[in-house]
Design a protein around this ligand. Structure first.
Ligand SMILES: *Cc1c(COP(=O)(O)O)cnc(C)c1O
Length: 366
């Protein structure tokens, strides 16, 4: 990495604080936290910080990140979050102790792979409670799969059941849908004649239920990434978690051009660089700073949250972001650095971009 900007500055002290704070809050409700690293691209510094903060199980949807985790911390437990593909089972059982599952054919093949390798692998069966991404939709199918794993697949251990909400269908976890998950778990327990170790009530979107004391009692596990990294959910969910740092990640990018220009494009308007028909509003001439970071590094750059509250990222293309700086108290110049707080989509892209430098700091927390 030769250039210095753009870069993402990662404050590992704040992330460690957030990990410790969440683990503590969750433990008051007997909830165990799997720390999910995929939102920050499984950066090794993040994995180390999760472990230092007390995370015992690291989760990811990508095998590469679980392999790295095992390499760095052979003693840690790992959990594969995306339903495994048949083609990756061989590789998965080598780097993942637990996986989430929802297909008979995959469970059978997984058992076969474990048999060949002479190992036992733990599974959590996923139930779709309405978000309509992964999971059994039919309860009877869930029950038969649980029975199959428990009674017939000798190389699989049925560790529990779980669900995922708030990812595709925007369904908020609540006492009703998670209450149903507990009922399903109890039905299975009755059938197999033992208690399940894990009833996994979701991801970051379930954390508010811990804070406002509405999590059904037997939910004892969550898989959390976003809520450790950022505080971007608080704008959409009715809760605050003020003990957490929301500024552990900062994007810094450099101004490469700054000029006053009209706000409305000149000529015949068709589509932008990504084929989208955009809307433009004429608000007169504006002072526009161009910074050297773009959609390839960030996804939707209009989600950037400037630390200077009087400027705004209004759009851009693959390599450029346009920032309206007209109303700022500062007079910006070419070469100045603009700093931004971020949300989940930007974190995902920026940590994965080879063009965005990564700077790790450990600030003194007061
Ligand atoms: C990504 C993912 C998580 C973690 O999601 P966050 O929003 O980062 O907390 C948990 N479970 C599954 C199945 C996931 O895919």
């Amino acid at each position: 990495m030769s250039s210095t900007y753009p870069r993402i500055v990662v404050d590992l002290s704040k992330i460690k604080h957030n990990v410790e704070t969440l683990i503590h809050k969750a433990s008051e409700k007997q909830v165990d936290i799997t720390g999910v690293i995929k939102g920050a691209n499984g950066l090794p510094e993040i994995i180390d910080t999760f472990i230092e903060g007390g995370i015992k199980t690291i989760g990811s949807s990508r095998l590469e990140q679980l392999e790295l985790t095992k390499q760095l911390h052979p003693e840690s437990q790992t959990m594969m979050l995306r339903i495994p593909m048949l083609s990756e089972l061989d590789r998965m059982v080598k780097c993942s102790d637990i996986s989430l599952n929802s297909e008979w054919v995959t469970l059978n093949e997984l058992n076969h792979v474990c048999q060949k390798q002479g190992i036992t692998h733990s599974v959590i069966l996923m139930m779709d409670l309405g978000d309509l991404r992964e999971g059994f939709f039919d309860e009877e199918e869930l029950f038969s799969a649980a029975h199959l794993v428990e009674k017939e697949l000798a190389h699989l251990h049925l560790k529990g059941i779980g669900t995922n909400l708030g990812c595709y269908g925007s369904i908020q976890p609540d006492e009703v849908n998670l209450g149903r998950l507990v009922q399903l778990a109890e039905h299975i327990e009755h059938d197999i004649g033992r208690t399940l170790e894990i009833i996994s009530g979701g991801a970051s979107t379930t954390v508010p239920l811990i804070l406002n004391d509405t999590l059904p009692e037997r939910i004892n596990h969550l898989r959390v990434g976003d809520n450790i990294f950022l505080r971007d959910m608080e704008a959409f969910f009715d809760y605050t978690f003020p003990e957490m740092y929301g500024d552990a990640f900062t994007i810094e990018a450099e101004i490469l051009e700054i000029k006053e220009k009209p706000s409305y494009p000149i000529g015949h308007i068709s589509v932008d660089a990504f084929g989208n028909a955009a809307e433009y509003t004429n608000i007169g001439n504006r002072m526009r700073a161009l910074i050297g970071i773009g959609r390839q590094d960030l996804g939707d750059m209009t989600k950037l949250i400037p630390y200077d509250k009087k400027i705004q990222a209004i759009g851009g293309s693959s390599d450029h972001t346009i920032v309206d700086v007209t109303d700022s108290d500062k007079t910006y110049q070419v070469g100045d650095i603009l700093s931004f707080n971020i949300e989940y989509e930007l974190l995902l892209y920026a940590t994965n971009s080879q063009y965005v430098g990564k700077k790790f700091i450990k600030s003194e927390l007061s």
